[in-house]
Design a protein around this ligand. Structure first.
Ligand SMILES: [Ca+2]
Ligand SMILES: [Ca+2]
Length: 112
């Protein structure tokens, strides 16, 4: 079975001035963080270190990045899209976002 490991999230520009409360979704389900609703991240690199379950060679991965908000609906910041083709890495995938979004993030992952 192929193993896709999500290594880290890099924040260059947060959505909110006081930094974002991040969680990740795949196929409509929250996959990180596992035991809480979100993680407040810092600028730069935040270690994620988790394995994507139930993936197959050739899969297109579309992982959504969300910001948790306490008083308003959570914000969808964008999608990390990549393919499980060639083993190796670490690879870096930029967040694709709507024009109205200022947040700038990238994701590091590897595929063995
Ligand atoms: Ca927000
Ligand atoms: Ca927030």
């Amino acid at each position: 079975m192929p193993v896709c490991k999500i290594l880290s999230l890099i924040c260059r520009i947060p959505d909110e001035a006081n930094l974002d409360e991040i969680y990740l979704k795949l196929n409509g389900k929250k996959i990180w963080p596992v035991s809480k609703k979100f993680k407040r991240i810092k600028m730069g690199n935040t270690d994620l270190d988790f394995i994507l379950k139930d993936v197959n060679h050739g899969d297109k991965i579309e992982m959504e990045l969300w910001d948790y908000d306490f008083l308003s609906p959570n914000d969808f910041l964008g999608t990390f899209t990549f393919y499980l083709d060639d083993p190796g890495g670490p690879f870096t995938t930029e967040l694709s976002k709507k024009d109205s979004q200022v947040a700038s993030y990238s994701l590091e992952w590897k595929y063995d």
